[in-house]
Design a protein around this ligand. Structure first.
Ligand code: SF4
Ligand code: SF4
Ligand code: SF4
Length: 357
């Protein structure tokens, strides 16, 4: 067998990178605008009309612009096929859903209610499973319930939680504007001990939904302010520069808890090769979900029972090409594969799960 160089080339260090500063400004200003609008609504302040319109528009266009601009930066920075397609999905879905269907253009376009709610998934969006038929929105209720409780769980079992890295509003901002702080995600046993907080919030979301069905509204109000706004926006987005882009996703998101439960029992996995792993720990550093990839890799165990969001970062940064979305049939094939830039392989291979090989 021909011996080959196993090392991934390391890019030269840059003296100064402006991108984290720009994305820091973008996310902090988005959170700032959200805080001003919320406080003004609570306090009953009558903001000047121009300021009100500006803040409202900034929320939409600022979010969308951040996804587009920093998404393009991500495509350039990572320069691999998986990241490229994932970012295309992020940009397209945020343009269709964020701008055309539910955003600032929905009134001009007279978008029907069902179309406005195509992207919503319970329990991230509690309103999906509320008694809509009182307002004659039966189709909306049926669609939302089927997608939330059946389609996305099944998809997660088949191809992992790609909802979180290809489609979700929060995840999309994390994978674009939050990309600069990928390595800041909390690591280690003390952080891992908090991983199941999301299950508690999932239970809370179920209780709040049940209360809505019983026409009790105060739990909804508290949840809306405490979880849906403060934890997911102020902490979740505002803490990007300090705790990375996935602090809400990893610790608190109830939808992550639900889809993660299914994903861990499905067929999605990241495959490891203990022959090639040198235990450098780079994969762990870049994993924002705090998964101990190195431990699995050094034992050659696939990561199958994890709440991986399929971002692909660990695979892209591994200097020894020891990780992949598909298994190598033999050590010889594994060495052969090193001739390729992993993500330059055909697109289907990037999305492959074991049975597709
Ligand atoms: S963990 Fe929750 S908020 Fe984060 S990307 Fe997934 S569904 Fe969206
Ligand atoms: S699998 Fe992780 S620890 Fe092993 S070589 Fe790759 S990056 Fe380093
Ligand atoms: S295990 Fe890898 S693909 Fe999964 S979330 Fe962590 S870095 Fe992303």
């Amino acid at each position: 067998m021909q011996h080959q160089c196993l090392a991934r080339p390391t890019p030269p260090p840059r003296r100064f990178d402006v991108v984290p500063w720009l994305s820091g400004f973008a996310v902090v200003s988005l959170v700032g605008v959200s805080v001003i609008r919320k406080v003004a609504a609570w306090a009953g302040w009558d903001l000047p009309r121009a300021a009100s319109i500006f803040l409202g528009d900034y929320s939409w266009w600022g979010y969308w612009g951040s996804v587009i601009v920093f998404g393009l930066v991500v495509m350039r920075r990572w320069n691999n096929t998986y990241f490229r397609w994932r970012t295309v999905s992020i940009i397209v879905s945020q343009t269709i859903f964020g701008i055309l269907l539910i955003g600032p253009l929905k009134q001009e376009l007279e978008v029907p209610v069902l179309w406005q709610r195509l992207h919503l998934t319970w329990p991230l969006h509690l309103s999906v499973i509320t008694p809509y038929w009182k307002d004659k929105l039966v189709a909306t209720f049926v669609y939302g319930t089927a997608m939330s409780l059946f389609a996305w769980p099944v998809i997660s079992m088949l191809i992992g939680m790609r909802y979180c890295s290809w489609f979700c509003f929060c995840g999309n901002l994390a994978e674009s504007a939050g990309d600069s702080w990928r390595t800041k995600g909390p690591k280690g046993p003390s952080a891992q001990a908090l991983d199941s907080v999301g299950y508690g919030i999932l239970g809370l979301a179920a209780l709040v939904t049940a209360a809505a069905w019983l026409a009790v509204s105060w739990p909804w109000t508290i949840y809306d302010i405490g979880v849906a706004w403060f934890l997911s926006t102020v902490i979740g987005i505002g803490a990007y520069p300090i705790l990375g882009g996935r602090v809400w996703c990893r610790f608190m998101c109830p939808l992550r808890a639900m889809l993660g439960w299914f994903s861990k029992r499905g067929r999605f996995a990241i495959y490891t090769d203990d022959h090639r792993c040198i235990e450098c720990g780079t994969c762990n550093r870049y994993c924002e979900m705090g998964i101990d990839i190195r431990m699995r890799a050094r034992q050659g165990i696939p990561l199958q029972d994890t709440e991986c969001v399929a971002c692909g970062a660990c695979i892209a940064v591994c200097p020894r090409y020891a990780l992949s979305f598909y298994p190598f049939p033999s050590p010889e094939k594994a060495v052969e594969a090193m001739n390729h830039r992993r993500f330059r392989r055909p697109f289907k291979r990037q999305l492959a799960t074991p049975r597709e090989i």
